[in-house]
Design a protein around this ligand. Sequence first.
Ligand SMILES: [Zn+2]
Ligand SMILES: [Zn+2]
Length: 261
Amino acid sequence: MIDSHCHLADPAFAEDLEAVVSRAHEAGVEGGLCVLAFGSAAEMAQADGVRALWPSLRYATGVHPHEAHHYAGRAADLERDLDRAAGPGFGYVALGEIGLDYHYDLSARDVQREVFRTQVRFAREAGTPIVIHTREADEDTVAILEEEGRGEVAGVFHCFSGTAPLARRALDLGFMLSFSGIVTFPRAESIRQIAASAPLERLLVETDCPYLAPVPMRGKRNEPAWVIHTAKVVAALHNLAPADFDRVVTVTFDRLFKPTA
Ligand SMILES: [Zn+2]
Ligand SMILES: [Zn+2]
């Protein structure tokens, strides 16, 4: 199985990284995408530890909408920093997570839009897929993807928890949908319906750990091993055995996030 979105370089894993990685391997979680906070020296340092313990894990970095305020009015600086740290040749398989979050609004919305726009453009020019974080910002997210992506940028809507119309538009734009532990929650019937009706080969699953632990681990610190609980639920929605779902997801993941040389 693949955990298509985890934050193993988060301080939440600083103490017991080795045990967390062992449990992932014991659970049959062989690969995944580790998302790093853009420009964070602490995460970069911890990522070195993760690399040593889990060589096949892949990496992405990008300016999260929560952090967009650091680049308010500094589009040229952002472009320069992306060139220096996130472009081809730095070992990242994707730019992300990037997007818009109007739920928390930790950066001004116009700043979020500008930073997202700049990064989608960068991804198009670099030929890099993107990992999208979007919350309560459907219209603006889709508009920027259309305007700056121009149908040439691939990627995934991570931790999909939006509406059916947003899922439809994401799929129409050629994006994947990745489902987190939310899909296992009792009240998430609408999310399960979206996961059930999306084409199988456009689905990914993730933990987004340390957050959003799936049932039956809900409320605890999440970790990559537990993606199997989420995978089991999504597999069942498609009437598949977990092992068969695993095979499809692995192919989808490899096609989207091509390993770097
Ligand atoms: Zn996110
Ligand atoms: Zn994340």
